[in-house]
Design a protein around this ligand. Sequence first.
Ligand code: ADP
Length: 454
Amino acid sequence: MFKKVLIANRGEIALRVIQACRELGIKTVAVHSTADQESLHVVSADEAVCIGPAASAESYLNISSLVAAAEISGSEAVHPGYGFLAENAHFAEILGECNMTWIGPRPETIRRMGDKAEARRTAQAAGVPVLPGSKGALSGSAEAARVAAEVGYPVILKASSGGGGRGMRIAHRADEVATQFATASAEALSAFGDGSIYLEKYLVKPRHIEFQIFGDSTGKAIHLGERECSIQRRHQKLLEESPSPAVSPDLRRRMGEVAVRLAEEVGYLNAGTIEFLLDGDENFYFMEMNTRIQVEHPVTEMVTGIDLVRLQMQVAAGEPIDVPSNLTPRGHAIECRINAEDPETFRPCPGPLATFQPPGGPGTRVDTHGYEGYVVPPYYDSLIAKLVVQDNTREEAIARMSRALDFFVVEGIQTSIPLHQRIMRHPKFRSGQISTHFLDEMLAGEVAPQAQEA
Ligand code: ADP
C-alpha cells in the first residue's frame, strides 16, 4: 500500500479521502488555495501545501503547482476527488511520467470516455443501447437539423466535453435547431474550451439511473448496483438514492450486465459510473460515463457496506477487487446535497456559518468540511455537506431523512435544507413516482400545498 498520498482537491471530498487514508495507515498531503487556509481538510491532513491564490485556475486546476507539491512532499500517489482535475487525462499522464500513481482509470480511458460523443460511439460498438442520434460531433447546425429530422423531435444538443449540466440545449422544432446549436456551442466553448456538439433524441420525463462500477488491474469489472439521480435542478443532481424505486431485480441484472460489459470492453480500471436514462417501459439508454468517484458515492456505500474510497486505494495499489459475488444491497439509502444557496432562487450564498450543528443518530452520516465559524468562500462549488441516511425500507429512509433534516441546524447562510424538507413531504416523491422533471414540477406548484403537507 502507498505510504503517502496527495489529495488534489478541497472541501468534503478531500476530507473523505483523508479519512480513508488514515484508516489504511497512509500519510496524507493536503493542497489548498490561500482562500482555504482555515479549511478542515488542511488541518486534518498530515501535511499541507499552499498551491496558489483563491481562483481555481491558479490553484486547484494548476497542474504544475500540484505536481511540484506531490514531488516535494514525496507523495507516491494522487487522489483527484471529483471535479477540478479528476477527469483530466493530461494530469494523470504527467503523474505517471513522474512515477506517481493516479488513483483512477488509465489516461487513455479518461480521454476516450471523457469525450461524450466518442463515449457514445464506444458504448454503441460494445452493444450498449444508446438513444438515436448523431454518430459523433456535428459539423454545424445544418447537419444537426438533418439528424434531428431523422430521429424526430424533440432532440437534445450536448457538448462533447460537457459536464455539470452545461452546454446542453433542447430543440422541440426544426426552427429552434440553429439557435439552440449556437447557444450550446458557445456555452461549451467558454466552459470547456471546446465547442463541439453532438445530438440525441430527447426523452420526455425519463429517470436518471446510474451504475457504480469498479475494474481492477486483472481486467475484472464488477457493478455495485444503481443510484437513482432523477431529482435534479438544471440537469444537476440534488438528491440521490439507492436502490431505485423503478428498478426491479430483473432490470438491475440486465442493466448491471450491460454496465459491466462496457467497463470490461474499455479495460476499465478503478471506480467509475455508467449513467443511463430509463423510460417508462423499462427501456434504458447509455448517456455517459464518469471516470472518477462521484459526489453521491455514499448511498452505494450505505447499502453495500463497501468503502469505495478505500477500494480505490487498494485497486490503485494493484490489489484485486475483493467483493463477494453474491452481494445484495441492504435496505435503502438517500443522500441530500446541502448547498450554500438560496432555496428559492438557487443563488449561491457564501458566508460565515454562525451555527453549524449536523444531525447524528442511527443510520445517519454527514460528509462535510463545515464547522461553526467556518466561512464558506465564494470561489468554489456551493456544496457544504452531504446528509446521507440508511434504513430498512424506502419509507423508513424518508422518515429518517426528514428527521435528520429537522435536526440539521445551519445559521448565518441560507441552505437547500428547506427544499429537501419539501421534497420529503411531497406525495409524488414519497410514492417513488419521479422523473428528471420532478423538481421543476414541484417548484411550479403542480401539487396543491395542502396535499404536500400530507
Ligand atoms: P452532464 O455531463 O452535464 O451531467 P449528462 O449527459 O449526464 O450531462 O445529462 C445530465 C442530465 O440531462 C440527465 O440526468 C438528464 O436529466 C438530462 N438529459 C441528458 N440527455 C438527455 C436526453 N437524451 N433526454 C432527456 N434528458 C436528458
